[in-house]
Design a binder for this molecule. Structure first.
Ligand code: FAD
Ligand code: NAP
Length: 344
């Protein structure tokens, strides 16, 4: 163990307990930072030794295919601040290490509404903009105002607004041009004390049919549906949806519907359609399948589960699924979690 002023750098650290997929994997160097000063110290440490830096939040959207080279920085910055910039309208700033679901609950307690459909998503605030988290008809970008981040190479603080983040479906500039370039330290959202419930999403609409639910009731319904359908990573390790739902063009949609009349789809802008990847995977016979020590969840075919296997085994199963879906439906499924340890 090496002491570096206030931060503690651990060599060859075990990352398995820090990820919800819980496959074996280590970090060449690892440190936890609790404040901005420690974060800058960690970046200095990495710069001095020319180490690549990888951010870690709650570890719920990544897969360790092998060990991570360089310094893994776990961001544990804590704090929530709110300012009322217009009657009933709040800018609420969350430090990167705030747990997402606890933050949602805190906001509900304060009567700051808007996040209720995003209840029970695992992980931390700092990672939420990375893939523009979304569920039950709401996405982070619907509430997003700005974020603060530190550029890894220079240690400089930047502020980015919604446009700069280039949010899209489970995507942002941080998965594209700015991949691995910034550590997000704070996220500011626009919340309102005036409830505007959104229960159009089919599963939510049927759960709350005939009621005029409060935001608290929407949150409770979302939690109930999620607990019924999704495996708890504490019981069965997983990283949530392993593939994005594909968005396909009108021509492919038409040709697929000719032979698969029951295929569900949701119309999108520009004459495109989103097809639930879980349905495609189920049709290919993978739902509930177990392959060695990894498998596909029984109730949600989009979730790959780990029964004590490795990241390589998970990726092998993912590849089999991708090949089967490609062959049968001519659709390329894109992996959603960030994969670490692959040769670049
Ligand atoms: P991590 O897994 O730690 O990191 C994910 C990526 O973000 C990595 O590339 C990491 O380097 C980077 N990163 C993390 N923190 C920072 C930071 N501060 N600055 C810069 N980069 C950073 N996602 C949804 O969108 N909707 C859902 O409904 C949903 N449901 C889920 C259900 C389950 C059971 C599970 C296991 C996952 C689910 N997810 C869902 C995926 C996941 O919870 C989210 O993507 C979440 O935002 C990841 O947060 P995290 O802190 O765990 O990120
Ligand atoms: P579901 O209700 O079975 O629906 C299947 C898919 O169809 C969803 O993924 C959803 O896409 C799409 N869909 C449903 N209704 C839609 C509509 N009205 N308009 C457009 N698209 C629609 O989904 P689920 O698996 O139980 O998940 C419920 C919600 O939680 C979804 O929003 C899902 O994205 C989210 N979730 C995400 C993860 C993750 O790790 N990313 C894990 C679990 C759950 P969308 O994905 O765009 O909503």
């Amino acid at each position: 163990m090496i002491e570096s002023s206030a931060i503690e750098i651990i060599e060859n650290a075990d990352l398995q307990p820090f990820t919800t997929m819980a496959v074996p994997g280590r970090a060449e160097y690892f440190c936890r930072v609790d404040n901005q000063q420690q974060l800058l110290q960690a970046l200095d440490y990495a710069r001095d030794r020319q180490l690549q830096v990888t951010a870690l939040g709650g570890g719920s959207n990544l897969l360790l295919a092998a060990d991570i080279v360089g310094l893994v920085v776990q961001l544990n910055l804590i704090g929530i601040e709110a300012s009322e910039f217009a009657p009933g309208q709040f800018h609420v700033s969350f430090a990167a290490g705030e747990n997402w679901h606890q933050a949602v609950e805190h906001c509900l307690q304060q009567s700051w509404y808007g996040l209720e459909n995003l209840s029970l998503i695992p992980g931390n605030m700092g990672a939420a903009p990375i893939q523009n988290i979304g569920a039950y008809g709401v996405e982070l970008c619907d509430l997003f105002v700005s974020l603060e981040a530190i550029e890894i190479s220079s240690g400089k603080l930047v502020v980015m607004d919604k446009q700069a983040c280039q949010f899209a479906y489970r995507d942002s500039i941080f998965k594209q041009a700015y991949k691995g370039r910034y550590l997000i330290t704070q996220v500011t959202l626009l919340l309102s004390s005036v409830a505007q419930v959104n229960i159009q999403y089919p599963a939510l609409a049927s759960a709350l049919e005939g009621t005029e639910p409060s935001p608290e009731q929407v949150s409770a319904a979302v939690c109930r549906i999620r607990r019924e359908k999704l495996p708890d990573p504490q019981q069965i390790p997983n990283a949530g949806s392993f593939f994005k739902n594909p968005v396909i063009g009108a021509e492919l949609l038409q040709s697929l519907l000719e032979t698969n009349a029951a295929m569900p789809y949701f119309k999108q802008p520009n004459d495109r359609a989103k097809v639930p990847a879980a349905w495609l995977i189920d049709q290919c016979g993978f739902r509930g399948l177990r392959s060695g020590k990894v498998g596909v969840h029984q109730h949600q075919a989009l979730v790959l589960v780990n029964f004590g296997g490795t990241g390589a085994e998970i990726l092998q199963l993912a590849e089999q699924i991708q090949l089967a879906v490609q062959e049968r439906f001519a659709i390329a499924l894109e992996i959603e979690p960030q994969i670490y340890g692959l040769p670049s």
